[in-house]
Write a protein that binds this ligand. Structure first.
Ligand SMILES: [Zn+2]
Ligand SMILES: [Zn+2]
Length: 344
C-alpha cells in the first residue's frame, strides 16, 4: 500500500510502498477514507514526540471501510467506521468503569503502530470504533477521531460547562474551533483568543461572542474586562506557556482551567501558581474521550444541533500532507486539513 513515512524530522514525508497491515485478531483493517492532519502530528514530525522516529507512519484521526475483520472483531467487512484515536483494551478497570481514554493498555495508531497517512490502517480493539452516520462527510468524520471528541469531553466531562457561563478558548486551531462551536451549542458565551486575526474573524463569523487578538492586547486582562471579572471556564488548546498562563489569569474566582493542548516544548513549564492559589482555581488535564460517548455526540451532530462542517477548510492528497505539517511552523489559516486522496 501507499503510505507517507517519516524519514527525517522536518523534511517532507516520504511516499513509499509499504506492506499492507496485518489484521489484529480483535480488530479490523480499514481502507482509509479520510485522515485529519493534526497539530499532534506536527509535534511528531518535528521530533518532539517520543513515539515518532524514522519509519513511523503518522495519522491518528481517521475513518474508513472495513476490508478485513479479525476472528474476534465486533465489526464486519464493509462497515464504515470512525475510530477514536485512543483504542482502549475493553477489559481493564479503566475500560470497565467508562474511562477507556485512560486505559493502560491503549493502542494509538499513528503514535507507535502505523497510522492512517496510508491507504490502509489496522485498528485493534475495534469495539471502540463507531458507525459513520450516512449524512456525515468522511472529511468531517475524521476529525471526530480526535479534535471534536477531545473538545467535547473537555467541556462536558472535565469542565462541566453550564448554559450561560463564559468559556474562554485559547487557540482557534482544530480543537479550539471545535470547543467554541460545541460550547455555543451548550448555551455558553464564548470568547476566543488567537494571534491570527483571520482565525478570530472566522470564529466570530461562526458564532463566537467575542474575540481577542493576543498580539494586540494582553489576553487575560481583555477577557476579564469582556466577562466582567473573568471566565468560568477556560480551554487551553495549544500547549505552550503563554496560553497556559493567559488561561489561568483570565479565569474568575473558582474558575476551571482545562488543559487540552499537548505540552510539546517541555514537560515542565512555569505556571502562575498565585492565580491558581488566590482564585482557588481547578486545573484539569484531559486527553481524548471514552468511546461510549460517541452515540450521543453523533446524534446531536446528525440532528443539526451543531454544524461542524466549517472546521474542514481543505481536503488534500497524501503527498500534500507534508506542506500542511510544514505550515504549522507559523501562523496557520482558519480551519483544518484532511487527507481524502490516498492515490496522489
Ligand atoms: Zn489529533
Ligand atoms: Zn483498558
Amino acid at each position: 500500500m501507499r503510505a507517507a513515512v517519516v524519514r527525517e524530522f522536518n523534511e517532507n514525508l516520504s511516499i513509499e510502498t509499504v506492506p499492507d497491515p496485518e489484521c489484529p485478531e480483535s480488530g479490523v483493517v480499514l481502507e482509509v477514507a479520510a485522515c485529519g492532519v493534526c497539530r499532534s502530528d506536527y509535534h511528531g514530525w518535528t521530533g518532539h514526540h517520543r513515539m515518532i522516529k524514522n519509519g513511523s507512519v503518522l495519522g491518528h484521526e481517521y475513518c474508513g471501510t472495513v476490508v478485513e475483520a479479525g476472528r474476534n472483531a465486533k465489526h464486519k467487512v464493509g462497515d464504515r467506521l470512525i475510530a477514536p484515536f485512543i483504542l482502549g483494551c475493553g477489559s481493564c478497570p479503566s475500560c470497565h468503569t467508562g474511562v477507556s481514554n485512560t486505559c493502560a493498555h491503549q493502542v494509538v495508531p499513528g503514535f507507535g503502530p502505523p497510522g492512517a497517512y496510508a491507504q490502509y490502517v489496522a485498528a485493534p480493539f475495534d469495539h471502540n470504533l463507531v458507525h459513520l452516520p450516512e449524512s456525515m462527510s468522511v472529511a468531517l468524520a475524521a476529525g471526530l477521531g480526535c479534535r471534536v471528541t477531545t473538545a467535547w469531553h473537555a467541556l462536558t466531562d472535565r469542565a462541566n460547562v453550564k448554559a450561560g457561563e463564559w468559556v474562554a478558548v485559547h487557540g482557534t486551531g482544530g480543537v479550539g474551533l471545535a470547543a467554541m462551536l460545541l460550547a455555543k451549542m451548550l448555551g455558553a458565551q464564548v470568547v476566543v483568543v488567537d494571534v491570527v486575526q483571520e482565525k478570530l474573524d472566522y470564529a466570530k463569523q461562526l458564532g463566537a461572542d467575542e474575540a481577542v487578538n493576543a498580539l494586540e492586547t494582553p489576553a487575560a486582562a481583555a477577557i476579564r474586562d469582556i466577562t466582567g471579572g473573568g471566565a468560568q471556564v477556560s480551554i487551553e488548546a495549544l500547549g505552550i506557556e503563554a496560553t497556559t498562563n493567559a488561561s489561568l489569569e483570565c479565569l474568575a474566582i473558582l474558575g476551571r482551567h482545562v488543559h487540552v493542548g499537548m505540552p510539546a516544548e517541555s514537560d515542565i513549564m512555569p505556571v502562575n501558581m498565585r492565580a491558581i492559589y488566590s482564585k482557588q482555581l481547578s486545573f484539569f488535564g484531559t486527553r481524548g474521550m471514552p468511546s461510549w460517548k460517541y452515540p450521543s455526540l453523533l446524534s446531536m451532530i446528525e440532528r443539526g444541533e451543531v454544524d461542524l462542517n466549517p472546521m474542514v477548510a481543505r481536503e488534500v492528497s497524501l503527498s500534500g500532507a507534508s506542506a500542511e505539517l510544514a505550515a504549522m511552523n507559523g501562523p496557520t489559516p482558519p480551519g483544518t486539513a484532511v487527507i481524502t486522496d490516498f492515490l496522489n
